[in-house]
Design a protein around this ligand. Structure first.
Ligand code: 7TS
Length: 415
């Protein structure tokens, strides 16, 4: 039987896309920039940069309070950002979209409101071994405050979550599973749909740390059925200072506010205050208005992009970079999960990652070195740091070639 004919897939127009990101045509130390630190933060398309300056040049005003035109326009644009996020995550309502400073603040919000109210001494929070510090420390603080038990599901040598161990650690006392969607240190993609199903079957809620996943594939919080989902705008081609907590409306309704102040109240007297409606109950004080507007510009940019093509291209880059790693004597990849997104973490025998980072930088190649704010998982491999190249859809095969050429030179110098 002959296979059905597949329509030809148009190649991803990476050169055209690169032209949208001004910083990608700049130089560092007199060399064209090769930016491979996308897991730390992504670069911004012109559309985002323009949205920020246009806002400050034409609209700047405080929101939710002014009768004047600028204030109304700023409010409308900021709230349009919320609707863009709702659509991006496929959430049911903008009431479920809380603007925060980023993933870190989103996770702390859940720890300090939902978990602080719902969890008692002896209740368990289950996390994975490869979590970022942002998904470890808030739970330790909760443990120290009220005796919640923090449990850690191990990973295997490849950096994949050990699902058999995860299931064993999921007990009747587990009230919350807080899990990274994609590991920033290893690149492993966790099977969050399966994790959510298992946790719900035990009556536990699930928070997904989506900091590293949003830029590498579509997210559908309704299909996933997660209870909370956190991400940062700056890792999704948007501005720094703005992030999101998605939460199911019935959970957010029952949660007390975290920070108190303006905008999060309906009425205040010296005796008592009444809270505002969702989502503003969790947004005390003047938010990052320009950030919300800039994030909308980033989401609009992505919506107009051939995102499937972008993901295929990024996948091909990771495969190419992974294959070429075998050419470097003494190089060991840390994190070899079958399902990976955008991250090549590695060490080279006898060389310090920091030295590699400095020598690559001198050749215009930006990578991150160190513990990547995930010290426990590096300890698991007996390491205090790795060098990490991380990819976005605007990177090219030539970037990978330049990275390996720079790495070869660095190894030569350090030998
Ligand atoms: N969770 C994960 C999985 C992350 O990778 C990061 C940031 C965070 C949470 C925190 O995000 P923030 O925006 O609130 O800071 N990761 C990295 C990184 O890999 N290099 O720099 C920051």
């Amino acid at each position: 039987m002959t296979a059905p004919v597949q329509p030809p897939v148009a190649p991803f127009a990476v050169d055209k896309v690169r032209a949208d990101f001004p910083i990608l045509s700049t130089q560092v130390h007199g060399k064209p920039l090769v930016y491979l630190d996308n897991a730390a933060t992504t670069q911004k398309p012109r559309a985002v940069i323009d949205a920020l300056s246009r806002y400050y040049e034409t609209t700047n005003a405080n929101i939710h309070r002014g009768v004047h035109s600028l204030s109304q326009r700023a409010t409308d644009e900021f709230e349009a950002g919320r609707e863009a996020v709702r659509r991006f995550l496929n959430a049911g309502s903008t009431r479920e979209i809380i603007f925060t400073r980023g993933t870190t603040e989103s996770i702390n919000l859940v720890a300090q409101t939902y978990a602080r109210m719902q969890l008692k001494a002896g209740d368990e929070v289950l996390i994975g071994e490869a979590e970022h510090h942002a998904n470890i420390v808030p739970w330790q603080q909760l443990r120290d405050l009220q005796g919640v038990v923090l449990k850690v599901a191990p990973i295997n040598e490849a950096g994949e979550l050990d699902m058999a161990a995860f299931e064993r650690l999921l007990t009747a006392r587990t009230r919350l599973v807080a899990i990274g969607h994609v590991s920033n240190a290893l690149g492993s993609i966790n099977p969050v749909a399966q994790i959510i199903e298992l946790a719900h079957a035990r009556g536990a809620k699930v928070l997904v740390d989506g900091a590293q996943s949003v830029a590498h594939g579509p997210v559908d919080v309704t299909a996933l059925d997660c209870d909370f989902f956190a991400f940062s705008g700056h890792k999704l081609f948007g501005p720094t200072g703005i992030g999101v907590l998605y939460g199911k409306a019935e959970l957010l309704e029952a949660m007390p506010p975290w920070q108190g102040g303006g905008d999060m109240i309906r009425t205040v007297s010296f005796e008592r205050s009444e809270w505002n409606d969702l989502p503003w109950k969790f947004e005390a004080g003047t938010p990052d208005i320009a950030g919300g507007i800039g994030l909308k510009a980033a989401l609009d940019y992505l919506a107009a992009l051939d995102f499937d093509g972008a993901l295929r291209h990024e996948h091909a880059l990771l495969a190419y970079a992974t294959a070429r790693a075998a050419e470097v004597p003494g190089l060991r990849i840390i994190g070899t999960a079958r399902e990976k997104a955008g991250v090549l973490s590695f060490v080279i025998d006898g060389l310090h990652p920091q030295d590699l980072g400095v020598l690559l930088d001198s050749q215009g190649v930006a990578i991150r070195t160190g513990h990547h704010c995930a010290m426990p998982v590096l300890s698991r491999y007996g390491l205090s740091g790795t060098a990490r190249a991380s990819f976005a859809f605007y990177n090219t095969h030539e970037d990978v070639d330049r990275f390996y050429a720079a790495l070869a030179k660095a190894c030569q110098i350090l030998a």
